[in-house]
Ligand binder design. Structure first.
Ligand code: ACO
Length: 429
């Protein structure tokens, strides 16, 4: 193993940098002692070269286009597993046996209801509030309800929190949807599986029976598997940073939901559909691409590019295949937005601007087209992402909270403001 040391040429001080090794992937130089020994900081805005923690949950090889949860490639899980089984895997580290799966599934089903007074919170939102605003607020409000399980150091408390969070977030997201449409909230039906229950809570109305389409439920389940975790992305890092203070776990998850909302992160699925709407027809693709490439307008090809994937995003490849299946099932094979998306992808993959910068479709380029085919409105796309990612947030919060060496996350800065100066009386300014 190579040794790394840091030499301060001015003082001659030398600091040996311990090397941290994981199971696979690049090693990390432990720079934790650099400031104490040499009085200098390390500087990495955007954290392109910085590991913030050890984690045994998810691994990404951005060059190979590989994503694994607990060692299992995501394509194998999407092909063979269910979202609930994957949630168990992400939370517990191993695939469940039949009895463990049954017991976990039952526990999630039994925690789907929300307190009736929590339901009334929705009345306080303006009728056209964005569902992500409601989701952030109402998930944060869960912290005011479950005082019995907030000891972050107690594994039993952490487990109950995990089950409550994963079970209740679809109910809250569906309630946000119903609030937006002015329809009555629909209670969860615990005989339904996770994805079917969500569709039922969103689309059933009290006036008539509702039958869940199994193809729609399966498509949603696959999307949820693909979105369940993605190591130290912006929202997960936000959950960890908030959680490192020892704050209420529901409040930590609410901070992750807020971070996910941004168009550079989970909000991209909504931004892709709005972009496709704006482009309108295939004829407008070329001028749109010119606008993206000249950068003047600040327009980006939404759903393209990723901080880690520099070859392809394996989730996008799986979603594109599912997109075709779902559109066919709903008789929308000739969906104009799908045609437009395929044309944008084709042009981008042949274009030097995108090739040189290693920009490929990411998970959100095609997911919106599936959501739309399922009848889910555009402003509910990011809440769908949040439902799935809640599993990852909870698992990371849990991993961090159970690690005795966790310290409060507290980055430093390069200060660029005025040097020290003396206060001047108002008539002297
Ligand atoms: N369209 C056009 N140009 C792009 C795009 C894009 N979508 N993404 C990156 N670029 C260009 C940048 O302008 C930059 O060009 P330069 O080298 O000439 O300055 C270069 O590619 C590198 O881009 P950065 O912004 O430095 O890359 P970073 O890793 O910081 O950002 C990000 C990654 C935020 C995902 C970016 O690619 C982006 O904004 N994509 C569109 C939004 C999107 O789809 N986000 C979802 C990501 S997946 C997820 O979070 C679930």
């Amino acid at each position: 193993m190579a040794q790394y040391s840091l030499l301060n040429e001015e003082t001659g001080d030398k600091t040996e940098l311990p090397v941290k090794e994981g199971t696979v992937g690049p090693v990390g130089l432990d720079v934790g002692k650099v400031y104490a020994q040499q009085g200098v900081f390390t500087y990495d805005p955007g954290f392109t070269s910085t590991c913030s923690c050890d984690s045994a949950i998810t691994y990404i090889d951005g060059d190979a286009g590989l994503l694994m949860y607990r060692g299992y490639p995501v394509d194998q899980l999407a092909q063979n597993s269910s979202f609930i089984e994957v949630a168990y895997l992400i939370l517990n580290g191993e695939l469940p046996n039949a009895q463990q799966l049954e017991s976990f599934d039952q526990s999630i089903r039994r925690h789907t209801m929300i307190n009736e007074s929590l339901k009334r919170f929705f009345e306080g939102f303006h009728y056209d509030a964005h569902p992500m605003a409601m989701l952030t607020g109402v998930v944060g409000s869960l912290s005011a309800f479950y005082h019995d399980t907030t000891n972050n150091k107690d594994p039993h408390h952490r487990e109950i929190f995990a089950h409550r969070m994963i079970a209740k977030i679809p109910t809250i997201a569906a309630a946000a949807y119903k609030r937006y449409f002015g329809q009555p909230f629909i209670y969860p039906q615990n005989h339904l599986d996770y994805s079917s229950n969500l569709l039922q809570m969103m689309f059933a109305v009290p006036a008539e029976p509702y039958h869940v389409d199994p193809v729609a439920a399966k498509a949603l389940d696959v999307l949820f598997i693909l979105h369940a975790d993605h190591e130290q992305n912006a929202s997960t890092s936000t959950v960890r940073l908030a959680g490192s203070t020892g704050c209420n776990p529901y409040a930590a998850i609410a901070s992750g939901i807020a971070a996910l909302w941004g168009p550079a992160h989970g909000g991209a699925n909504e931004a892709v559909l709005r972009m496709l709407d704006e482009i309108g027809t295939v004829d407008n693709v070329k001028p749109f691409m010119e606008k993206v490439k000249n950068k003047e307008s600040g327009v980006r090809l939404m759903g393209f590019g990723h901080r880690v994937y520099k070859n392809f995003d394996p989730r996008a490849t799986i979603i594109r295949e599912h997109c075709h299946k779902v559109l066919k099932h709903f008789g929308q094979e000739n969906d104009p937005q799908m045609e437009l998306a395929l044309e944008l992808e084709r042009i981008a993959l042949e274009d030097d601007y995108f090739r040189e910068r290693k920009l490929y479709p990411n998970v959100d380029f095609y997911s919106g087209i599936i959501y739309k085919a399922l009848g889910i409105p555009v402003n509910m796309f990011t809440p769908m992402f949040a439902i799935a990612r809640a599993v990852g947030w909870v698992a990371h919060w849990n991993e961090m909270s159970s690690d005795a060496s966790t310290r409060i996350g507290r980055p430093r800065q390069i200060y660029t403001g005025p040097a020290q100066r003396d206060y001047a009386a108002i008539d002297k300014r």
